[in-house]
Ligand binder design. Sequence first.
Ligand SMILES: C[S@@+](CC[C@H](N)C(=O)[O-])C[C@H]1O[C@@H](n2cnc3c(N)ncnc32)[C@H](O)[C@@H]1O
Length: 237
Amino acid sequence: MKANPSKQYDDMAELYALKNESSLHNALYERPATKAIMPDIKGKKVFDAGCGTGNLTEWLVAQGADVIACDISDEMVKYTKKRLGDRAQVRVADLGKPLDFIKDNSIDVIVSSLVLHYIRNWLNVFTEFSRILKKNGYVVFSTHHPHADWHWFNKPNYFKKELYSESWIINGKPYPVSFYHRTLASMFAIFRKTGFFVDILLEPLPIKEAKEKDPEIYERLLTNPHFIFFRMIKNPS
Ligand SMILES: C[S@@+](CC[C@H](N)C(=O)[O-])C[C@H]1O[C@@H](n2cnc3c(N)ncnc32)[C@H](O)[C@@H]1O
């Protein structure tokens, strides 16, 4: 079995677009952490890899970045295009394939929020990220914390790379979602092989406002890892 993120996100795009704006996990936990480790992006060329419905894309533009964004889901891209108009270049593209629309050594910062766990082969992805980034360029990305997933799914073997599947209930309707679990060590092996140095590794806590929104989830996130964040530099000199 393989993950099929374009279908998954096409099917739930409308509901996801609404949920993503204000949900605790996105608005009060993931986005604040991603923004906290973002290098200076004013006037920089930024690639939003897996932009979804474009909330972060819009923020990048508002910070003065020159943004290219892509997503594998047609429906998600429609939302980002509608939101951004001509303020960013937005297109459908699969990060698991060559990024032919981006030139070598042309990007200052790549941002990828909660996307890479849908992709099986990270060697291809980080090889492409390395090709398109300028020397000393940054990758900032978040993904599922591997220990959290393994614990939550109650799997017998942490060390096995495998597809985990679940259902997200949105407005009472189930949406099947599958993604790849991999170990932290296997992530670092790819970073090393493709010439990336990890500058910041973040296991964040939710921001205070999350307590009002949902005290139970807030408490869980204060005591359990959930997402993990990396800031990496290409071939630092
Ligand atoms: C959880 S959403 C996050 C969206 C956005 N980055 C955010 O934080 O709001 C995951 C997104 O990754 C996209 N995605 C998954 N696999 C992808 C791939 N191989 N190439 C491009 N986008 C992908 C999905 O279509 C979906 O929009």
